[in-house]
Structures are given as C-alpha cells and as structure tokens.
Ligand binder design. Structure first.
Ligand SMILES: Cc1cc2nc3c(=O)[nH]c(=O)nc-3n(C[C@H](O)[C@H](O)[C@H](O)COP(=O)(O)OP(=O)(O)OC[C@H]3O[C@@H](n4cnc5c(N)ncnc54)[C@H](O)[C@@H]3O)c2cc1C
Length: 432
C-alpha cells in the first residue's frame, strides 16, 4: 500500500483525505495540531455569540471514522524534509510518506504593525473566535458594572481590515450591540458603543464590484459602523489604537482582519516562499523539484486562468484537495496528473441581518439585500461538514431571525476577563 501523509485537516487536507480514502491501495495519515476541522466562514458568528463553537468545529475522527485506511494524528508539525517526504511533530513523532500533502492553511499577517501581534484579536481559529467572544462580553460586563469605563474605551471596537472578514465582523457587531443585546444588558447604554472599520485601501470589500462596495458601506453605516478608509492602524497598545491620520482611539478590543500569510510551516521548508509566504505550485499542485510533494489551499499559490494566484477561499481549498487526491491516485497508477482548474462559483459576504452581497458565478451576477442574505445562509449551511451541523446551524439562525432568540452570551474564557483599565500609559489624551 502507498502511504500518503497529509498535513492539515482543513478544507484542503480533509477533502484530499476523503477523496483518496476510496482507494483501497492507499493508506492515509492526516496530521493536524487540532483534532477538529474549523469552519472559518462562521467564526465571526461564534465571536459575536450568534453560534456556539460546536457549530463551527467538527471532530476529524468522527468525519473520517468510516474510512479504515485513514488514520488521524493530532500533532503540530514543526519540520519537514521535502526530499524524503517526512514530517516531524513537536512531540518528536516522524511520519514518512510515498506522497506528502502540505495543507497547513494560513495565519494572520500583522505587516509589522507595532503591538498588533500582542494586543489584537485575529480571527482565524476557533480559539481566536472564543477568545474574542469572551473579550467582547468582558468589556460589556465591565461597562455594565461601571459605566465610567465607557470613557476609557470599553464600548469602542476597532476592526482593522475591510475585506469580507472585517466587514462581516463589523456589521454583526453593529447588529449585536444595537439590536441583539439591547434587552439582555438592560442597564447598559449600548447606544454609546462605537465600531470603527479601518482600512488602508479606499473601499470596503475591495474584491467585489463597485456597486457591492457602495451597498456594503451603506449597510455598515446603517449599523452604526464608522468606516475609516485610506487609514492604517499605526500602533496598537493594550489600551488604544493609533491611526495613521493621528486619531487615537481608546479601546480594549481590536480585531485584526488585516491580512493573511501562509502558516509558519511554509517559512522553513527550504523552498523560497512566494507571494504571501505561500508555496508556489505547478499546475498539477506539485511542488517543483520535489516529486510526490503537493501544496494546497491557503498554503499554496495556485495560478488561476489569468496566471494570478487564486484567492484564499474555502472553495479553492476544497477543489484543490480533490484534484490533488486524483493526481496522487493517477501517479500511483503510473498515469500523469491533470492541471487544477478552479470552478468559480462566485463570492459573497454578509453584512448583517437581511444585508449581504453575492456575486454569483464567473460572470459575477450581482445580488444584494435579503435575497443575498438568504443565499449566504443557504450556501454556508450546505458547506458545513456534517449533517448534524447543517441542521443545528439552521435551527440557530431560525431562532435568531424569527424567534428573536439570540445565541447565549456566555463568557467562558477567564483569561479575557481581567482587564487592567489603568494600564494604558497615555491615558487622558484620548481624542476621537
Ligand atoms: C474569518 C474567516 C472567514 C472566512 N470566510 C470565508 C467564506 O465566507 N467563504 C470562503 O470561501 N472562504 C472563507 N474564508 C477562507 C477559508 O476559510 C480558507 O480559504 C480555507 O479555510 C482554507 O482551507 P485550508 O484547508 O487551506 O486551510 P485551513 O482550513 O486553515 O486548514 C489548515 C489546517 O492546518 C492545520 N495546521 C496548521 N499548521 C499546522 C501544523 N504546523 N501542524 C499541523 N497542523 C497544522 C490547522 O490546524 C488547520 O486545521 C474565511 C477565512 C477566515 C479566516
């Protein structure tokens, strides 16, 4: 039996493993630092307490249990020898394959912004989403207990990056503070909440059409979001954000949606990383110079039809995982692999209740508003990995929409609760 080692059980690695599992002459070892797949598109809903963490994370063992030729190993891969196709974990285990698949995804890119790595909340993992949810709830609880903290920025939320993640987060925070939690925090004046969406670029949702951008900006403003374009976050401390136009915003909650780069594993592979620190791949997803080694999804620069790298999207990761599995099966059978062709179904982003943008298919047929909102819910529920998650998530959304019963604002991470409200050195100079 040929042995395939897959690093990363996200959209790319998991789809590769599932597709390969039907080949009885293949044995697969899937290694991930978590024992679950995290569903990033719904993380902002976990962070805003709309969904429970269990709606956005799925046990890899459960998903793969019916495939007797797939073994899941939980471990963080810390080094890789591409020549011998061997991965070594932090715990010292080594896994050598006839084929090696690199699908370790992305991590936040702080672009060297001082303080950003220490004082912001990125949104890439389930852990990130749960920490952020606890921080949002912790500042609300603090301001509810002591309204004088509002002047210290307790109800100021700053989101850096106006792409889909930032826009979705900002819009939902607007819905959360101005609608969902109004009756829950009876004593707290949530009209004082301020949400800032900051981006160095000159548009919200820059990869969408201009019409979608204008619509998204309008929907955000309706939700009380203050959009600051052409503006960068220059510095982040424990108590404030300094913007490039000189504005200093006191805040304890800065959300980093400002960019991604490949997971740290890409930087010590011994091949020069390409754009975004990702690994450049050949049309069949193979890594040049290393037969039997493939890179997929967010970890790779995969050229689209125009020669430019495809975007970091779940659909790209999923489809590249399936193509990689087919190419490995072909290689085992002594046949050539085929180039990866991305089937572009379009892009969508949700701004909040009844407000979304969708650009469907390669020709980007545009839909805005409640229809796009319904389409977003339908598409994302369908994408969810397990049948149980699809049903549960639909029920949650139904409760929220029709029953006006929102997710539980449970503050379960004590690490985010203890905020030292006096630890920002330049306090007193606040101006927004
Ligand atoms: C907040 C957010 C919202 C998004 N929304 C959308 C959306 O609406 N639609 C859409 O199409 N795309 C969306 N995306 C993008 C999409 O989630 C990614 O493109 C997709 O997850 C990439 O899949 P992947 O398998 O390449 O990486 P991932 O899904 O990130 O999987 C990588 C896996 O590798 C594991 N791993 C990493 N390093 C190691 C290591 N050293 N050792 C072992 N395991 C490791 C990780 O634990 C993870 O399980 C969103 C992304 C984010 C962050």
């Amino acid at each position: 039996m040929k042995h395939v080692v897959i690093i990363g059980g996200g959209f790319a690695g998991l789809n590769c493993a599932r597709q390969l599992a039907s080949h009885s002459d293949v044995r697969i070892t899937l290694i991930d630092k978590n024992n679950f797949q995290q569903f990033q598109p719904l993380l902002y809903q976990v962070a805003t307490a709309m969904l429970a963490p269990s709606n956005a994370a799925f046990s890899l063992r459960n998903i793969l249990q019916r495939h007797s030729n797939v073994d899941v190993k939980m471990g963080e891969v810390v080094s890789i020898d591409l020549e011998t196709r061997t991965a070594e974990t932090a715990e010292g285990q080594r896994y050598q394959g006839d084929y090696l698949v690199l699908a370790a995804g992305s991590q936040a890119n702080f672009f060297g912004t001082p303080g950003a790595d220490k004082h912001t909340y990125p949104l890439y993992s389930l852990h990130d989403a749960e920490s952020l949810r606890s921080r949002i709830l912790a500042v609300l609880e603090s301001a509810d207990r002591d309204p004088s903290l509002i002047a210290k920025g307790a109800l100021n939320f700053v989101i850096v990056g106006a792409g889909p993640t930032g826009a979705e987060m900002a819009g939902t925070l607007g819905d959360m503070t101005h609608r969902m939690l109004k009756d829950v925090y009876k004593d707290l004046d949530l009209s004082k909440a301020q949400i800032f969406l900051v981006d160095l670029g000159h548009s919200v949702l820059s990869t969408f059409s201009q019409k979608s951008q204008v619509y998204a900006a309008r929907m955000l403003e309706q939700r009380g979001v203050q959009v600051r374009l052409g503006t960068a976050a220059k510095e982040v401390t424990s108590g404030h954000v300094l913007l490039s136009d000189g504005t200093r915003i006191p805040t304890r909650t800065v959300i980093w949606a400002g960019g991604l780069k490949a997971s740290s594993l890409a930087s010590n592979l011994g091949v020069p990383p390409g754009h975004g620190g990702r690994i450049d791949v050949q049309p069949d997803l193979g890594v040049k110079g290393f037969p039997g080694v493939y890179a997929l999804g967010d970890f790779a620069n995969i050229a689209g039809r125009d020669g430019k790298p495809l975007p970091q999207l779940a659909s790209v990761a999923e489809q590249s995982g399936k193509r990689c599995a087919k190419n490995i099966a072909a290689a085992i059978a002594g046949e050539p692999g085929e180039p990866f062709h991305y089937f572009d179904k379009g892009i969508m982003a949700m701004i909040g209740r009844n407000a979304a943008v969708a650009e469907v298919g390669e020709h980007r047929h545009e839909i805005h508003g409640p229809i796009a909102f319904a389409a977003w819910l339908g598409v994302h529920a369908t994408l969810l990995t397990t049948a149980r998650a699809k049903i549960e998530t639909f029920v949650e959304w139904g409760w929220d929409y029709f029953g006006k019963v929102h997710g539980d604002p449970v503050l379960d991470r004590t690490s985010q609760v203890n905020i030292n409200w006096n630890d920002d050195e330049e306090e007193g100079q606040d101006r927004i």
